[in-house]
Design a protein around this ligand. Sequence first.
Ligand code: HEM
Length: 455
Amino acid sequence: MQLPPVPKTPSWLLALQFEANIFGCMDAITQRYGDMVTVMFGSTPTIYVSNPSAIKEIFTRGKEIVARGALNKEEFALFTGEQGVLQLDGAHHKNRRKLLMSAFHGTRMQACGQHICELTEKIMAKQSIGKPFLAYPMLEQITLAIGIKVVMGLRQGERYEKVKELFATVFKHELSSTMQLVAKLPFWEWDLGRWSPQGNLLYLRKELFQLLYAEVQERRKQCKQLDSSPTDILSDLVLATDDTGEPISDEEIRDLLISPIGATQGASATAIAWALYWIHSLPHVRDRLLAELNGMGENPDIPTILALPYLNAVCNEVLRIYPTQLFSFPRIVESPVEIMGYKLSPGTIVIVNIYSTHQREDLYPETKQFQPERFLKQQFSNYEFLPFGGGSRACIGGAFALFTMKLVLATILLRYQLNLVKLQPEKPKFDGLLCYPGSGVKMIMQSRYQHKKQS
Ligand code: HEM
């Protein structure tokens, strides 16, 4: 086997440097060692790749380099269940992806667009003029409600409120930096009931799983009497049969619901929070975007908003400069394969480094500058601009995430004049999966505009 360069820093020190400043560390490593770098975790080589030609090979050579579900089990199965889409493989994985993705099309999306605008308006209306607020947690409320609606069809009632509360606490619990620190201590593994961190998390998770399971069972009964087409993913799954003609079990449906809700809440809120930060920290960007939005006239419809070129370029640049997810999920080499001259043996782990690909000066000159115009001037390939990963495990919600981003941003910008409370640069933080604005984007509402309604 011939591996790409291995940094001389011992892997424990590298891990500490990653913890302290992952962005600086990745920039320094790529600058020094190039766009394919090997990090040894024990005796397993893990190759981080930010070379577009190599990325193409990784995403298209699915027979040799496999996105095994087992690679995601340790990190995610506790929260997504054993049968979540992230843990699945082969034809089974393909079939479940197809079922989940069929929700993000046509008239269903049109109806959902209306809901997204109304929800954004409702939650924004709670902010008082002149009183500072943190945009990121507020956006999480919006995106969690969107996720629960699209995935489970719920928008009110006791079960909706409880699912919302549990999702917010379980996922926050999992991702908070204090919990990550606590999780490294030896007592983390002990389940001492609700008063130990692990015990409390398991308790909340059990409650959430029970609630989702109850909803699946109830929906199965309701769907027997359904005389119209389903309008959410849960009903799609209850009505679906797999390749053998068998219905999907209630346990599997429960697990399949979790990642799409969690991703809509977490990843979409993060991206929109970054967008609000960039737009409001750069007056020329805000002015150009507002001119485009206001140019739509009174009562702009949803397709018109979605087609706006500068809004699209702003969203892409947001996802380029700090990609919400810095890395793809891991792949494993299962048959010997040669990539860019390196001969990789079975067992080697390969991770696409989305962040460093998006920081390449040859693709994105003045790479640290937020410049939406680059997306108006140039088209990038799927291996150069890849916020949603690629290949067999590409994000199932990429188009929906952009749809949500555009509608939430348009609703906020058309209705409210916001400012950042401080004009200091917002520092990115990495929670092990997502890259979010560290201080939460503190904003203040200056005034409300009286015009423009989406229809
Ligand atoms: C800005 C928002 C989002 C970003 C940046 C993002 C990014 C990603 C990335 C990078 C991957 C890994 C792809 C790979 O390994 O090649 C992924 C996978 C995934 N995403 Fe997203 N995502 C976003 C929103 C969403 C939404 C809204 C949903 C659900 C509706 C979603 C559901 C998923 C699922 C289920 C997977 C795993 C797919 C599989 O295992 O086959 N994501 N996402």
